[in-house]
Design a protein around this ligand. Structure first.
Ligand code: CUO
Length: 668
């Protein structure tokens, strides 16, 4: 049963596909779900390929890509889905799998296949929070929603309120930024990003342009954003988890109940210590010494500025591809130059942390939230781990030559003035607040009768704003530039001004776009809703029931993007001081010679372009990926004529304001 637009459709599945136990009641099932539907769609009967490998993962097992057998099964199933000749055959195979294959693995593999099949990438992805609301929402609320849906008819149901503080209190200082870690849109984006950039699988889905570099840059940007939230709440920058033997102070009690696997996601009390994981039934054997060895091998490579590949050959890290190689080997993806030597530092860390509560499986406990891309960002430990990764990256980047003023400047171009704001607010003050939004969660719950069940979530939001940038072009002709907009913290934990080398690591990318600059003065107006990072709220929480799920103009790439409601940091009620930085670089030195992109061009900064190279040839994070040149102490010292710094204030209004529909005037 699948609603399409306003049409309710029942799939007529070949009787041979039904599980033995359902065959005798097939007619009842069809009547139950087919009742009230507008049409029935027959599913073609195909010769089902050998399913032995995918079926090795138990239907109700806790699926994780970190379990070798699960990863093997998922890769196998992805290949089957990618290999189906036609969409009809694919639908037929998925119908066969639906009641047999592990449901979490099924959704993962189907999502990856939909993104990567030329004939399906225009379809909407199954929306994870609707299928598995238990990965995002309080288990008790789901139970209430189920109860209500059984009693209250569709149309009279009221949304289930999810309070802002449901996992802890501010007695735990880490909880002060839980609104950010536990934001559903942020977690959905992280899930989606890793679907587009998987670390294992067939070459056609892994080998994407600069995927290792983007892995590092995307997670670095999340750290810059998260650290900004922390500093504005006076809880200091994230401490990297560099010593794997010390107790981990940060606790996390997720309060999520897995409706699929039938148990709660495990908690982690304060001061636990990592220990060797040896779980026979999962086939997982990772020790603390293993990640120490991979850390040391990677640090040796960073210091030596070259890596040793699996044939024993030396590959320099200092050339253009160095950062990409480093990303693949840290993660580690199958593009790592030497998985035997550098192992899987990042992925193995996720394993050790997600099994800290039951490393030898004596309590039969499943993985913790750190195991899944849909839940990992909820946990404070995620950030300690990624801060550690980020610090290695900067150890490498700091060994590269600083940009010279010549490399940074754009002859004849001067950024004269930068202002930002809304029509109502003080200039250069941006306003944030809370909003309550209703999110559909009915797809995941096997409700009968059906119909929408909504959760009302409270999340950070902001008033839309615009950048006004005045640029002077003293060249004798029109030129093309790339506008690069960042915002950053100004002060450290003690209130001391940040040096350039400190501040550049907190730079949050806000937007990047191409501008034509005519001779003389140019006034550029750019809306916050046009950001090269974000997608509108309505797309983050796209609703399979309400919107058209087939649009050849759109692709699954359109749905990858940082949530618009999280574009700005929260700031403070007194007004939080930040720097707004604008640079206009020379497009001739930025551009990538390639065919025009097809489909969406939103969110390229984090998600890249479909079937194209990353559309900016500069290193990601430019111009802040390199340390200061000689003589530069502060951001003011750093800037050249084609850059401008404008102090701004982010003011948080502690009230709930309604969400206005996005006024974004372009999407792609
Ligand atoms: Cu996105 Cu550690 O990579 O989770």
């Amino acid at each position: 049963f699948v609603p399409k637009g306003n049409e309710k459709v029942a799939f007529d599945i070949p009787p041979e596909y039904l599980l033995e136990k359902y065959r005798s009641v097939a007619a009842n099932i069809f009547n139950r779900f087919g009742d009230g539907t507008d049409k029935s769609v027959p599913i073609t009967h195909i010769a089902i390929p050998d399913m032995t490998v995918p079926l090795k993962v138990g239907r109700y097992d806790f699926f994780s890509l970190h379990v070798p057998a699960h990863r093997e099964a998922a890769e196998y199933l992805i290949k089957l889905f990618l290999g189906m000749r036609t969409i009809d055959d694919l639908v037929s195979l998925t119908a066969y799998c639906r009641d047999r294959v592990n449901s979490q693995m099924f959704i993962y593999c189907l999502s990856v296949a939909i993104i990567h099949r030329p004939d399906t990438k225009h379809l909407q992805l199954p929306q994870l929070h609707e299928i598995f609301p238990d990965k995002f929402i309080d288990g008790a609320a789901i139970a209430r929603a189920k109860e209500e849906a059984n009693i209250i008819p569709e149309g009279s149901r009221t949304p289930i309120e999810i309070p802002l503080d449901w996992t802890a209190t501010d007695v735990d200082p880490e909880h002060k930024v839980a609104y950010w870690r536990e934001d559903i849109g942020v977690n959905l984006h992280h899930w989606h990003w890793h679907l587009i950039y998987p670390f294992s699988g067939p070459p056609e889905i892994i080998a994407k342009d600069r995927r290792g570099e983007l892995f590092l840059y995307y997670h670095h940007q999340m750290m810059a954003r998260y650290n900004t939230e922390r500093l504005s709440h006076n809880i200091g920058k994230t401490r990297p988890l560099a010593n794997f033997r010390e107790p981990i102070k940060e606790a996390y009690y997720p309060k999520l109940d897995s409706v699929v696997a039938g148990h709660a996601w495990p908690s982690r009390p304060p001061n636990m210590t990592l220990s060797d994981v040896s779980r026979v039934s999962d086939g997982i054997y990772v020790s603390v010494s293993d990640i120490e060895r991979s850390r040391d091998a990677i640090l040796d490579a960073v210091r030596a500025r070259h890596v040793i590949d699996s044939q024993g050959k030396t590959i320099p890290l200092d050339d253009i591809k160095g950062i990409d190689i480093l990303g693949n080997m840290i993660e580690s993806s199958e593009l790592s130059p030497n998985q035997a030597l550098y192992k899987g530092l990042h992925n193995d860390g996720h394993i050790l942390m997600s099994l800290i509560h039951d490393p030898d499986h004596r309590f039969l406990e499943p993985f913790g939230v750190m195991s899944s891309n849909a839940t990992a960002m909820r946990d404070p430990l995620f950030y300690r781990w990624h801060q550690f990764v980020d610090d290695i990256v900067y150890q490498f980047l700091d060994g590269l030559a600083p940009y010279t003023t010549q490399q940074l400047s754009f002859p004849g171009i001067t950024v004269k003035d930068v202002r930002v704001g809304t029509s109502q607010s003080n200039p250069n003050t941006l306003n944030t607040h809370w909003t309550k939004s209703d999110v559909e969660m009915s797809q995941g719950l096997d409700f009968f009768p059906r119909g929408p069940v909504l959760a009302r979530i409270q999340h950070l939001n902001h008033d839309e704003f615009s950048y006004n940038i005045v640029v002077n072009n003293s060249n004798n002709r029109e030129v093309i530039g790339t506008a690069r907009i960042f915002i950053s913290l100004k002060f450290d934990e003690k209130g001391e001004p940040l040096t350039f080398n400190e501040q550049r690591k907190f730079m949050i990318e806000m937007d990047k776009f191409t501008v034509r600059l005519k001779k003389g003065q140019n006034v550029i107006v750019r809306k916050s809703t046009e950001s090269s990072l974000t997608i509108p709220f309505e797309v983050t929480f796209r609703d399979l029931n309400k919107s058209s799920n087939q649009n050849p103009e759109k692709s699954t790439y359109c749905e990858c993007g940082w949530p618009q409601h999280m574009l700005l940091p929260k700031g403070t009620t007194r007004g939080y001081p930040m720097d707004l930085f604008v640079m206009v670089s020379n497009y001739e030195l930025d551009k990538v010679n390639q065919a025009e992109p097809v489909g969406c061009t939103n969110s390229v900064s984090f998600c890249g372009l479909e079937d194209r190279k990353y559309p900016d040839i500069r290193p990601m994070g430019f111009p802040f990926d390199r340390k200061a040149r000689t003589g530069v102490k502060s951001l003011t010292d750093f800037i050249t004529g084609n850059m401008k710094v404008q102090p701004i204030t982010i003011r948080f209004n502690d009230t709930i304001k309604p969400r206005l529909r996005s006024t974004r005037n372009k999407q792609g």
